[in-house]
Design a protein around this ligand. Sequence first.
Ligand SMILES: Nc1nc2c(ncn2[C@@H]2O[C@H](COP(=O)(O)OP(=O)(O)OP(=O)(O)O)[C@@H](O)[C@H]2O)c(=O)[nH]1
Ligand SMILES: [Mg+2]
Length: 239
Amino acid sequence: MGNEYRIALAGNPNTGKSTLFNALTGLKQHTGNWAGKTVSLAKGSIAFKDTRFQLIDLPGTYSLFSNSKDEEVARNYIVFEKPDVTIVVLDATSLERNFNLALQVLEMTKNVIICINLIDVAEEQGININEHLLTNRLGVPVIKISARNKKGFSKLLDTIHRIVTGEIACHPIPVKYPQEIEEKIEKIEPKVREIVGDHVSSRWVSLRLLDGDESLLGEINRYLSLKGGDVNEYRTALQ
Ligand SMILES: Nc1nc2c(ncn2[C@@H]2O[C@H](COP(=O)(O)OP(=O)(O)OP(=O)(O)O)[C@@H](O)[C@H]2O)c(=O)[nH]1
Ligand SMILES: [Mg+2]
């Protein structure tokens, strides 16, 4: 058996992350029809072809800033623990709302799969989703599943496998901001890149610096000091 790859499950509350996690790992994470059930990181392992995937069930969040402990836990895992693949689980019946978080994840990390769950409910409601069009628009694989009915799993597992083995590459589209913000990013980003290198997305850090996210700065400091860097250089870069 070869490497074990870490695969994180992110998404809004109640989109079926734990249902998917349980179905794939055979474990019994708490699930139910209310938000906020998963509060800490659950981990479970599965074998697929010549590899193992360790799945990490993250708390459900509506965004990935520093608004709550759950958001920090999910964000820190994606940005600093750097899973090999992050699966964003979306509710097929509320795609517009769910895409907000998906786009945030696409800014943070490259290897992303957009997993559109509850496709059974969407089909009942006559909602048609063109996953090929979405894949082309987003630059990462988009896969429709029903976690409860175990539909779409082989395609999902196969896609994870193809990403970790380098058979397919993800090129997430950058979210474009108004010109005023883009100009600021352009100014800050090269300096940020000098400090973070490839450890963390420099565009994402630049955006958070523009937000004035102090709690994130503390986290980055901790992370970089482990890697031998210093966050005070960020503050200088901002001036
Ligand atoms: N019909 C249908 N229901 C589903 C599907 N997947 C999950 N559900 C239901 O959706 C509800 C929420 O599922 P969970 O797995 O607990 O959702 P979660 O994303 O882990 O929620 P949090 O931990 O609160 O973030 C449960 O009642 C599941 O049975 C699906 O594919 N189809
Ligand atoms: Mg859950």
